[in-house]
Ligand binder design. Structure first.
Ligand code: HAS
Length: 549
């Protein structure tokens, strides 16, 4: 039986894929501009395209897809929404959509070429910030709807553990709500007054710090829904149960604690923050690596248990027994594989001294393409392959499955070529985010592009393969949504895979949200209270950083 929130989820997915089409097209343009192979018309600016690419893929595609998945999973595991929850969830979707349209119009009209990180001193039209504020408000409404649904379930099922999917959703939403506080404060009190000209200056350091207070947990807001699929969906697809319910819940709790007080690791080269606070946040960053290592361990264990149950023996025999011909699994497996170098790159970035080498170089661009661009995006693709036909009542036909294989393989090849080139170029010293694609033909810059992998052709080929793969995905999605044959008998219908999770040994305190919220607030206070208040108090009057109101 299909969930009642079907329409709302489909709307979210549709908007996500519209953003995906425009965003990936901007990505294609990006590659050719960076390779000096495309000259833009006068009315179009490099930074405008870069902003559209980042905002539409990293912020909009992810957000709509995430809410689609979370709404679907909460309805599936906790039951249909009540009237109020339903209304709030729709309202959330509509407000997020209005914000998205407003922000996109501002970017397209060239009034918001401030990149997806949008912090000062770059300045956009005030309407762009209003658009972003609406996106946040919309996601909060949707979050409150889902939290309300969870509370109602808990009231009906006193003393019981919530299903793992619901637990993980609530953890993700708590993280999201706390993280957004930084961007809400900066948008309302710093950017909007500054952009509309009500004040003359902005406290640059404060605005950047508040952005990164939000910006780092943002990456876990993308990652955790992918982890939900890894923990809850994958075991079902490969015919086993969740390896350890307690481990899975604890890893999500660790994300609530350690995702937020780490934003300074994006600002390690900024002079306005003392080394002590940077070092403290670097240490906390190393704590947030732990739940990902736990996840890797848990995934390996799940695979091995499943493979051995199917008769796999020896050191690698179990590995061969995994369902490689099931694209719902293979896509997510490839996603995980990419996260091994992606995570290792993150650890390099976070290492205080090594950050000097990679900060603001193409390395960082390579890093985020093999974190959000592959592990997260490819997991979302893997989810699309069953979630859309489950909702639309259509069949994921054999021919569509074959195309899906081609799609994930081409995405992997494209990403491998492009991100490897980006990592190498970064290590050689190539800066990111510059319209001077040829680096003014500086002799040392020309040398960067002499390598076998770090040359213009590799990047362009990688980027082009990625775009073709993206279009193939859109074709598959459109078919699953509107054109594939209907599943007429229940056996043909796509399932919503949710694995069993044994809570017998799960400690009760793991679901004590106030404990985790309290600890998270304490850690945030420890990491941020003094440096932020320093930024507010010690900006001398008249300096660039001073707030004038
Ligand atoms: Fe990052 C910059 C540090 C993870 C995204 N990151 C970025 C930016 C983005 C981003 C978008 O410390 C650019 C921001 C900008 O525009 O300026 N990142 C980290 C660390 C982690 C990390 C420590 N990042 C992510 C994730 C992202 C993401 C996840 C998106 C979803 N990142 C940084 C730092 C910077 C940064 C600095 C600033 C750089 C600068 O100077 O500007 C960690 O969370 C990573 C931990 C992950 C692991 C991997 C575990 C592996 C798993 C897979 C297991 C595989 C299996 C498959 C089971 C330790 C779970 C089986 C395989 C077989 C072989 C059988």
């Amino acid at each position: 039986k299909v969930i009642q929130e079907r329409k709302l989820v489909l709307w979210n997915i549709n908007v996500a894929y519209i953003a995906f089409i425009i965003g990936t097209f901007c990505g294609l343009l990006q590659v050719f501009i960076r390779n000096d192979a495309l000259e833009l018309p006068k009315w179009l600016d490099y930074y405008q395209i870069l902003t559209a690419h980042g905002v539409l893929l990293a912020l909009i595609y992810t957000t709509f897809f995430i809410f689609a998945f979370l709404i679907a999973g909460m309805s599936k595991t906790l039951g249909s929404f009540g009237t109020k929850v339903h209304l709030f969830a729709w309202l959330g979707f509509i407000v997020t959509l209005i914000g998205t349209i407003l922000a996109t119009i501002m970017i397209i009209s060239g009034k918001a070429s401030v990149l997806y990180t949008f912090y000062a001193p770059l300045k956009a039209s005030g309407w762009y910030y209003i658009g972003l504020a609406l996106v946040i408000v919309g996601t909060w409404l949707s979050s409150f709807a889902l939290i309300g649904h969870y509370i109602a379930w808990k009231k009906r099922n006193k003393g019981q553990f919530s299903p793992l999917f619901a637990f993980m959703t609530i953890s993700t939403l708590i993280l999201w709500i706390i993280a957004c506080l930084g961007v809400v404060v900066s948008v309302l009190f710093l950017y909007i007054p500054w952009a509309f000209g009500w004040v003359d200056t902005i406290n640059v350091e404060l605005s950047r710090s508040l952005f990164w207070y939000f910006g780092h947990p943002l990456v876990y807001f993308w990652l955790l829904p992918a982890y939900i699929a890894w923990y809850v969906v994958v075991p079902k697809i490969i015919g086993t149960k969740v390896f350890s319910d307690a481990l899975a819940r604890f890893s999500f709790v660790l994300f609530i604690l350690f995702s937020i007080p780490v934003g300074f690791h994006h600002q390690l080269t900024e002079p306005g923050i003392s080394s002590f606070w940077k070092f403290l946040q670097v240490v906390l960053t190393f704590m947030v690596i732990v739940p990902s290592l736990m996840t890797a361990f848990s995934m390996f264990a799940t695979f091995e248990i499943s493979g051995r149950r199917k008769g796999g023996i020896g050191l690698v025999g179990w590995f061969i027994k995994l369902p490689w011909n099931d694209v719902r699994f293979t896509s997510i497996f490839l996603a995980m594989l990419f996260f091994i170098p992606g995570g290792a790159g993150g650890i390099i970035n976070a290492s205080f001294q090594l950050n000097e080498l990679v900060h603001n170089t193409m390395w960082v661009v390579g890093h985020f393409h093999i974190t959000v661009g592959t592990p997260v995006a490819m997991t979302f693709m893997g989810i699309s392959f069953w979630l859309i036909p489950y909702l639309s009542g259509r069949k994921f036909t054999k021919s569509l499955q074959k195309l899906a294989f081609i799609q994930i393989i081409t995405w992997s090849i494209g990403m491998l070529l492009m991100s490897t080139a980006q990592h190498i170029l970064g290590l050689l010293g190539a800066p990111r985010r510059t319209a001077f694609a040829g680096y003014n033909s500086h002799p040392s810059a020309l040398e960067w592009f002499d390598g076998i992998l770090s040359n213009h052709v590799t990047m362009a080929v990688g980027g082009t393969i990625l775009f073709l793969s993206a279009m193939l995905l859109v074709y598959i999605v459109a078919n699953l949504m509107f054109f594939a044959p209907k599943a007429n008998v229940p056996t043909e219908a796509e399932e919503f895979p949710v694995a069993d999770s044994d809570t017998t040994h799960t400690p009760k305190f793991l679901e004590n949200w106030w404990l985790w919220i309290g600890l998270a607030v304490a850690l945030i206070g420890m990491a941020y209270a003094i440096p932020l208040s320093d930024m507010i108090q010690h900006s001398p009057p008249g300096s660039r950083g001073f707030i004038t109101w």
